[in-house]
Design a binder for this molecule. Structure first.
Ligand code: NI
Length: 192
């Protein structure tokens, strides 16, 4: 089932999400619904707060980026061919490498994209959809997406990283999103 996306301005996007255990009700279906929602909205990642659940869970797929990559862009990123992942109760244990800029967007903040500096490499502990524990290191675009989605679980958004001046310039657009004055290509939940 495709779920509506919580829009910027809703308090759940600013909450600290909580860990879950394997008997969280309907978890298998929830993960399937989040993946279906992510693909239907052309997203590369989706965090539970964005579908109105304040739990530490996100899904992501960096492999689809590389599948759709232009021939001349191949080899640009160190993490090709990417991964398709489910991250439950993730906790970052290390950030490494040079920070780099990339133009990010977010399903909760439609039609706004801004450059964001993030670390090249992230080491993260998490459980997968079978509740098997992992500690893994990711880099490139995969790390970028993981860091963006992880931020959602801590109530952070990519626009928090941009300069105060750019933030001021975006204020009107952001206010419009929070008031529901936006036409997204997918169903959204507004906190009007
Ligand atoms: Ni996002």
């Amino acid at each position: 089932m495709i779920l509506p996306i919580v829009a910027y301005g809703s308090p759940i996007l600013r909450k600290l999400a909580v860990d879950i255990d394997p008997d969280y009700p309907g978890l298998k279906q929830l993960i399937a619904d989040m993946q279906e929602t992510m693909y239907s909205t052309n997203g590369v990642g989706l965090a539970a707060p964005q579908i109105n659940k304040d739990i530490r869970l996100f899904v992501m797929d960096s492999a689809q980026i590389f599948e759709n990559q232009e021939e001349d862009e191949k080899g640009t990123y160190p993490d090709e061919p990417g991964i398709k992942g489910v991250f439950i109760n993730p906790h970052i244990t290390a950030l490494d490498g040079q920070k780099w800029n990339y133009n990010e967007g977010c399903l909760s903040i439609p039609k706004i994209r801004e450059d964001v500096m993030r670390h090249q490499t992230v080491t993260i502990e998490f459980e997968d959809e079978h509740f098997n524990f992992h500690e893994k290191t990711f880099n490139g675009l995969t790390a970028r997406i993981i860091l963006h989605e992880y931020d959602h679980l801590d109530g952070k958004l990519f626009i928090d990283y941009i300069s105060p001046l750019k933030r001021t310039l975006l204020k009107r657009k952001l206010d419009d999103i929070s008031k529901g004055k936006i036409k997204a290509d997918y169903r959204m939940l507004f906190n009007k």
